[in-house]
Design a protein around this ligand. Structure first.
Ligand SMILES: [Zn+2]
Length: 54
């Protein structure tokens, strides 16, 4: 049996393998799937979002 979880960002139901592990989360997996987590880094507020442009 493969547990699945719906990602609220892309709206797709994915296997838990597609979610990063998180000890803070109730189900031990992050809320967003790996793909969305990666993309979110480049959006405003994300870790890889360029804060200044020179
Ligand atoms: Zn997603």
């Amino acid at each position: 049996m493969t547990l699945r979880k719906k990602c609220p960002r892309c709206g797709k139901e994915k296997p838990l393998d597609d979610f990063h592990h998180s000890d803070d989360a109730a189900d031990r997996h992050q809320g967003y799937c790996k793909k969305c987590n990666n993309e979110r880094q480049y959006e405003p507020g994300g870790a890889a979002y360029p804060k200044k442009r020179s």
